[in-house]
Design a protein around this ligand. Structure first.
Ligand code: HEC
Ligand code: HEC
Length: 415
């Protein structure tokens, strides 16, 4: 065969192949778009709840001030930092008497909170009504569930949730000899803290008048719940969902790389991730046990955290945690309720093959026994039995990168 004919043949077959693969790619993209919609992805704007701008502005002041901690020691923004995607970059948060940000904070002493700080993306938007790792504030049912046990200060679950940090010992309330009466963590002692804080903020020359204007009441009438509404309004507005690259791909004309498309197909397909990470926020708002290693002391002490069980006291809920939403997950390392893992691919490996890394099996006898109990619960979950290659894992991480977006305004704790 003459070269020219051969060349023409090659060119023709490449063209055919290109056409086939272009069509094949489009098909994979179509499948991914449909899978994302079937799993509950909706337009970012459709999740929004409007908050009056004046309330957002004073909410930001409250978020950044240390005056919301009884000892003027720590601000919300000390742990929920912008550069760590609204968490603190630490495995376990450091509360009162902590100093500095990020890793410096680890060296500065201070009370350790036995849980990984949670970010705020989408919190309090439409349908986002379950808060904290163990769902201890839950506004889904007609009667809200929370520590206030029927005496909730508001019907808005995010407003109830923001009531907790200022009265949680070691978080914003100092564990010191001077305030024993406030350390009981009862509704009455919480109310004493709220009334001190509300008086302080009412009298504050900047926050007082701004808050009174935002609520349209006299300064003297301001209550703690008005402050909580402003804080909730700021969180709800500043961290509301914005269109990510995935939204642009599904609803607009944005493209994804080949790895991202393949990763998406794994996420919704054989990885079974979307069996739990689904809906508008990539969470089913349910509680599952995944055998991540437990870092730190644990909410129940000695390296144990019973998770959802602490709220329901139902043994079926032992070691279960709220499925975390996945927006901006690339920015919020370390991961899991105890911040045990820093790397997204390790997180995926721990979901599907918890025994792959011998280091994740605790050497301490009691902790090892707990670990095996988690393993037993996990073995009945949809991720047990998923097999992913290293390339699959890399591609799934590439897909998680498409869920990034930026908040409106950077936040920083006052000096
Ligand atoms: C000492 C560090 C620290 C401070 C200060 C702090 N938080 Fe948090 N925040 C955390 C940790 C840790 C969690 C997760 C706790 C858990 O789920 O058990 C959390 C969780 C939350 C959640 C739940 C988010 C979700 O996904 O359900 C909200 C809301 C919240 N914080 C609001 C605030 C507000 C408002 C302030 C200031 C009044 C504040 N936090 C101060 C560490 C902190
Ligand atoms: C059975 C339900 C379930 C399935 C299926 C599932 N997850 Fe999870 N995922 C969880 C729960 C629950 C946690 C938190 C557990 C904890 O902290 O103890 C979690 C944690 C995570 C985290 C850490 C997030 C953070 O902010 O700390 C990522 C990332 C994640 N999952 C991604 C995935 C991917 C990718 C898949 C598919 C390979 C997947 N998950 C499958 C329930 C599930």
């Amino acid at each position: 065969m003459r070269y020219a004919t051969k060349f023409r043949l090659v060119v023709a077959s490449v063209a055919v192949l290109a056409a086939v693969s272009a069509r094949a790619d489009t098909l994979r993209e179509t499948v991914l778009r449909q899978a994302a919609l079937d799993a509950g992805l909706i337009l970012a704007e459709d999740t929004h709840v409007d908050v009056p701008p004046a309330l957002v502005a004073v909410g930001k002041l409250l978020f950044e001030t240390k005056k919301l901690s009884l000892e003027r020691d720590i601000a919300c923004a000390s742990c929920h930092l912008d550069r760590f995607g609204s968490t603190d970059g630490l495995p376990n948060a450091i509360g009162t008497e902590g100093r500095g940000e990020g890793v410096n904070r680890l060296m500065g002493g201070g009370d350790i909170i036995p849980r990984n700080a949670l970010p705020f993306w989408g919190r309090g938007s439409k349908g986002f009504d379950v808060f904290f790792w163990d769902g201890r504030v839950d506004g889904r049912a007609e009667r809200m569930i929370s520590q206030f046990a029927g005496e909730e200060p508001s019907t808005d679950p995010l407003v109830v949730a923001v009531h907790l940090p200022p009265v949680e010992l070691g978080e914003m309330l100092l564990n010191s000899a001077g305030n024993e009466t406030l350390q009981r963590e009862t509704v009455e002692s919480a109310n004493q803290v709220y009334s001190q804080l509300e008086q302080r903020l009412r009298e504050d020359p900047i926050i007082g008048p701004a808050l009174a204007r935002a609520h349209g009441v006299a300064r003297s009438e301001l209550r703690f719940v008005d402050m909580a509404e402003a804080l909730a309004g700021f969180i709800r507005h500043n961290f509301r969902l914005k269109p990510t690259r995935l939204h642009e791909f599904v609803f607009g004309s944005g493209g994804l790389t080949n790895d991202e498309v393949e990763g998406g197909l794994i996420f919704y397909g054989k990885g079974r991730c979307a069996m739990c990470h689904n809906g508008a926020y990539f969470t089913d708002f349910l509680f599952h046990a995944i055998p991540f290693p437990q870092a730190g002391f644990g909410k129940n002490g000695f390296g144990v955290d019973y998770g959802r069980y602490n709220v329901t006291l139902d043994v079926a809920d032992l070691y279960a945690f709220r499925t975390p939403p996945l927006y901006n997950v690339t920015k919020t390392a370390p991961y899991s309720h105890s911040g045990a893992l820093y790397d997204l691919s390790d997180i995926i490996r721990a979901h599907i093959d918890p025994l792959a890394d011998a280091k994740s099996i605790p050497s301490d006898k009691r902790q090892r026994a707990e670990f095996y109990k988690v393993l037993k619960r996990w073995s009945a979950s949809p991720v047990a039995g998923v097999v992913l290659s290293e390339t699959d894992i890399d591609r799934t991480v590439a897909f998680l990168n498409t869920l990034e977006y930026k908040s409106d305004e950077p936040v920083a704790a006052e000096e």
